[in-house]
Design a protein around this ligand. Structure first.
Ligand code: GTP
Ligand code: MG
Length: 368
């Protein structure tokens, strides 16, 4: 393992040097800021930063595991598990694609001509065909050219939202994990929830980050934690994650950040599952950007499904006006939408998912 210390006046330049010299796997261990202090203790003049970064020289291993042999054995076991899991997943993939083809054929063969013609109302044109089929069977008027009002009335029977996500404190802290694709908004959402629960509801909140893969990921969440005055623990392994949860036994709620993963990165998602397995009972919320192509939603939900998702957070709803992906999420999963996020501002750009919002997103009132 390489450990390097960097000094400079600009964090951006320091991170650049770390990235250049140690590569993207480097992990920031500490950042210290110093400067001349006036008599009243106020830092004056230009700040000087000292950043310590480490990187494994061969593969990624736990930083905190002290016994090298134990660490190697664990690493070897993890690789074997990942390999077995990949074999299992690829046979499942084959089965899934066969089933998808079959169900697609069955559905499209039963669709009446109206479904493929131009007579559908604007709002339903890009909806998941399975969703339209459901409407056609249970409330066909909802797909008439002037069916918006009927459709708005029917949608609450099929959409699933939490309305109000409750923090449960029955047997120790409620552990809430944010998982999902890269850049989906996990860390930002976590900071919004931490602020809402910690500041507005005055709950005792702790944050654990397991995202030790990217340079600056730990720094990003550390900044939020510091700003919010919330304790943060960094977990590099399943063992550390378990110990961090134990150490936060006095908290009402523990928010856990995870590294972003492409849904095709099965090994990465499996490794994440391993880390979470040490945390006991957890509620996993999956961040899914509203901007995602709805045709990618089945793959994302299937691959992240190994984490036992409990609910969805639809992020970035401010970045699009098309919410067809909601029709696919309903066809793919029973998990309710717990939150919508609608901007980059922490903490205000988040709200509990309401049925009224979900209906409005699919059939906007002005479209009537
Ligand atoms: N417009 C908009 N931007 C958002 C929203 N939520 C997050 N973002 C932005 O999306 C970008 C990525 O957000 P992060 O919270 O870092 O995403 P992440 O899922 O933690 O990313 P990784 O950890 O790299 O996988 C940042 O620029 C956020 O400000 C949202 O609701 N709306
Ligand atoms: Mg993040």
């Amino acid at each position: 393992m390489k450990v390097r210390s960097y000094k400079g006046h600009s964090l951006e330049k320091i991170y650049g040097s770390i990235r250049e010299e140690l590569g993207p796997e480097a992990v920031i261990v500490s950042t210290q800021k110093s400067g001349k202090r006036s008599l009243l203790g106020v830092v004056t003049g230009t700040s000087l930063y000292e950043v310590v970064a480490v990187v494994e020289e061969t593969g990624v291993k736990s930083l905190a595991e002290s016994g090298a042999a134990r660490s190697e054995e664990l690493h070897r076991m993890a690789l074997m598990q990942a390999h077995k899991w990949q074999q299992f997943e690829s046979s499942m993939d084959d089965m899934r694609s066969q089933l998808e083809k079959l169900s697609h054929r069955t559905l499209t063969s039963t669709l009446p001509p109206m479904q493929t013609g131009g007579a559908l109302p604007e709002y339903a044109r890009d909806w998941d065909p399975r969703f339209r089929e459901c409407l056609l069977q249970h409330c066909p008027e909802a797909l008439n050219e002037d069916g918006a009002a009927v459709c708005r009335e029917f949608l609450p029977r099929v959409l699933k939202v939490t309305e109000s996500f409750e923090v449960k404190k029955k047997h120790g802290p409620h552990v809430v994990v944010l998982a999902g694709p890269t850049g989906a908004g996990k860390t930002t959402t976590l900071a919004k929830l931490a602020a809402q629960w910690g500041l507005d509801q005055e709950l005792n909140v702790g944050i654990i980050t397991t995202d030790t893969y990217r340079v600056a990921a730990v720094e990003q969440i550390r900044e939020y934690a510091t700003l919010l005055g919330i304790e943060l623990k960094v977990a590099f392994s399943a063992g550390e994650a378990a110990r961090a949860v134990e150490a936060f036994a006095d908290k009402d709620v523990i928010l856990v950040d995870t590294p972003g993963r492409s849904h095709y990165d099965k090994a990465g998602i499996t490794a994440l599952k391993g880390i979470l397995s040490g945390m006991g009972e957890v509620t996993v919320l999956m961040a899914l950007p509203a901007t995602v192509d709805r045709r990618d939603v089945p793959g994302i939900l299937q691959h992240f499904g190994v984490l036992n998702i409990d609910g969805l957070v639809i992020t970035k709803i401010d970045e699009t006006r098309r919410y067809d992906l909601l029709t696919t999420t309903v066809c793919e999963t029973d998990h309710p939408i717990a939150f919508f996020t609608n901007g980059q501002r922490v903490p205000q750009d988040i709200r509990s998912a309401s049925m009224a919002d979900a209906v409005e997103m699919l059939v906007p009132e002005e479209g009537m």
